[in-house]
Design a protein around this ligand. Structure first.
Ligand code: ADP
Ligand code: MG
Length: 238
């Protein structure tokens, strides 16, 4: 568990400034949801937090320490993507435990850790299957398992449910919420789905064109939108 502070973070691609000085703070155990239209910089911001792309300036602080210069592996952050590449020839448990192999964890311990994580994700009965024998929702759970097994301080999710059908999205949304309650880990979750944001968030950040429009509790963002853009985007009546 950890606090996360994003302080005046900027990022350009060529001459286009995609993040225009972002300031966000998440408390320990917060479920922060970043919402905004396609192209507003959500993934760019997550990638900067994870260290997959360097920010040009500003700081990304975890528990008060700027990690901007650190390699992704040294940030104690795990990220779940919309498209998740599972290893087709490895079983479910081997896919989940894969990050532990690089850490030199023994096979018996990897299996035990995979079992622990599988229980949280309702995958216990599928541990010895191959990814092709799973449904889309189950595969996304395996991808989440691979993040969970690392026991990170912070979880990042980049539109993890976008590839699932509407019904399954509702199920997975509930499970992610439960997971957050169980683990208590700080989570940053990107979506362009307002309902997903309202259900999951302890705090919502509305982005537009690389700028923060509003930060607040879901009810406040919905009922007291800071401007016309937020009102329109969150679908509130005012
Ligand atoms: P979102 O995730 O909110 O849809 P992104 O963060 O992916 O938005 O992208 C924000 C903007 O930055 C878009 O205009 C996109 O085209 C641009 N962009 C993202 N990544 C790159 C890149 N690697 N090179 C150039 N432009 C990029
Ligand atoms: Mg994106």
């Amino acid at each position: 568990m950890a606090t996360l502070e994003i302080v005046n973070v900027r990022k350009s691609f060529g001459s286009v400034e995609v993040l225009k000085g972002i300031d966000i703070a998440a408390e320990d155990g917060e479920f922060l949801v970043l919402v905004g239209p396609s192209g507003c910089g959500k993934s760019t911001l997550l990638n900067a937090i994870a260290g997959l792309q360097a920010n040009d300036s500003g700081e990304i602080r975890i528990d008060g320490r700027d990690v901007s210069g650190l390699h992704p592996k040294d940030r104690d952050i795990a990220m779940v993507f919309q498209t998740y590449a599972l290893y087709p020839n490895l079983s479910v448990w081997e896919n989940i435990a894969f990050p532990l192999e690089a850490r030199g964890v023994s096979k018996a311990d990897r299996r035990a850790e995979a079992e622990r994580v599988a229980e949280l994700l309702h995958l216990t009965d599928y541990l010895d299957r191959k990814p092709r024998q799973l449904s889309g929702g189950q595969r996304q759970r395996v991808a989440m398992g691979r993040a969970l097994v690392r026991d990170p301080q912070i979880f990042l999710f980049d539109e993890p449910l976008s590839n699932l059908d509407a019904k399954l999205r509702v199920v997975m949304r509930t499970e992610i919420k439960k997971l957050h309650r169980t683990l208590g880990t700080t989570m940053v979750y990107v979506t362009h789905d307002q309902i997903e944001a309202m259900t999951l968030a302890t705090k919502i950040v509305v982005l537009r064109g690389g700028e923060v429009q509003q930060v607040g509790a879901p009810d406040d963002v919905y009922n007291l939108p800071a401007n016309m853009f937020v009102a329109g985007f969150m679908g509130s009546p005012s």
